[in-house]
Design a protein around this ligand. Structure first.
Ligand code: SF4
Length: 378
């Protein structure tokens, strides 16, 4: 069985120690009692989803702040996945972690629980930037967390960084990139800060007169960081992600290579067999429904062929290697070039989009403008 034919299992952990001023995820403040009931509910939801014990090869704890779980919670959830699914021996088990929540002992506990990949939400290696984002950790804590991960035996560590932060210029951003490279993670994700309309950060910025650098600086941040990372031995394999050879995120690749995944927990999304569904968003509601033996999925619907095709192209173009149009034709019976070629021509002429043999891909400059190209498909 190919890796993409195996399921990815996503576990949503909606608890945080404090709510960051820019956050738009499904999360709430940590509460020990609710956490205990939530873990029970997760284990039950997983147990009843594994009919036929389908094959899976990745488990991903996302949040929220999954590292607020205790190692025995993680061990129980991983074991529940192993009972309900035929989880490959070479599974990738990722835990998202915030630097302030870990110690070498807790990390060793997560490792014993079956976690073999850590993804740290670092965001910046400059304390003033972290304060502006209301993050709880310092740059030093982030450095220590990575060292503690190594001491606990992790050989697969990813760091998240955010660019285009309030008051951040290109040089300040590159300081964080260099600091990250200096720690030698196997993988890095670089995101552009998006400030949603009701974010408290928006008010903080107005009150403190903080601003974001001009658009052309944001582009320079992205391009220069990617060049530096490449020089340091990382391969850019997706718009926002780079990895050392062999260290791409196998779980996240399922979202981009038209794979299938099941999401467990409040607000989690799933896509399987051409059907997409979403779980109820409220943590309390989720726990109550599971304990009453009720379903938690809402908004389930079968995707049309055009939607599936659009998604496959939209997400595939996020990858540096792009989309294999022959594979798309085999899967969906559509000649992409015949259908979209005329509209795509202007992007080819602009030099952002490339079409060679069966492959269609964006170069790095094109990735900056990916949204424009992708609107052709949706
Ligand atoms: S730690 Fe992450 S999920 Fe939690 S509030 Fe901050 S940004 Fe949101």
């Amino acid at each position: 069985m190919t890796q993409s034919a195996r399921l990815g299992l996503y576990l949503h952990i909606p608890f945080c120690s404090a709510i960051c001023n820019y956050c738009n995820f499904n999360r709430g403040l940590f509460d020990a009692d609710l956490k205990a009931r939530y873990v029970d509910a997760l284990v039950r939801e997983i147990a009843r989803a594994g009919e036929g014990r389908p094959a899976a090869d990745t488990i991903y704890f996302g949040g929220g702040t999954p590292s607020l779980l205790d190692p025995p919670d993680v061990a129980r959830i991983v074991a529940a996945c192993g009972e309900a699914f035929d989880v490959a021996a070479d599974r990738e088990v990722t835990l998202e972690a915030n630097p302030e929540t870990v110690t070498v002992e807790r990390l060793a506990g997560f490792r014993d629980a079956g976690v073999n990949r850590l993804s740290f939400g670092v965001q910046s290696f400059r304390d003033e930037e972290l304060r502006r984002l209301s993050r709880l950790h310092s740059a030093d804590r982030a450095r220590s967390a990575v060292r503690e991960a190594r001491a606990a035996g992790f050989d697969n560590v990813s760091l998240d960084l955010m660019m285009w932060l309030p008051e951040q210029g290109v040089d300040a951003w590159l300081e964080s990139v260099d600091a990250a490279i200096g720690l030698g993670p196997e993988h890095l994700s670089l995101y552009l800060l998006e400030i949603y309309p009701n974010a408290p950060l928006k008010e903080d910025m107005a009150r403190s007169r903080w601003s974001q650098a001009p658009d052309e600086d944001a582009a320079a941040m992205y391009l220069t960081a990617m060049e530096r990372l490449e020089r340091a031995g990382y391969e850019q394999y997706e718009i926002s992600n780079v990895a050392r050879p062999g260290r791409r995120s196998r779980h996240n690749l399922k979202y981009w290579i038209d794979g299938e995944w099941l999401g467990f927990g409040c607000g989690a999304h799933s896509t399987r067999g051409g059907v997409r569904w979403k779980n109820v968003a409220s943590t309390e509601d989720y726990v109550a429904r599971v304990s009453r033996g009720e379903g938690v999925a809402i908004e389930a619907r079968r995707l049309t062929l055009d939607e599936r095709l659009g998604d496959a192209l939209f997400t595939g173009l996020r990858l540096a290697e792009g989309v294999d149009l022959d594979a798309v034709r085999t899967r969906y019976g559509v000649d992409v070039w015949a259908r979209y070629g005329t509209e795509l021509q202007r992007f080819l002429e602009a030099g952002w989009l490339h079409h060679e043999g069966p492959r269609l891909w964006l170069d790095r400059q094109g990735m900056l403008l990916a949204h424009e190209v992708m609107t052709v498909f949706v």
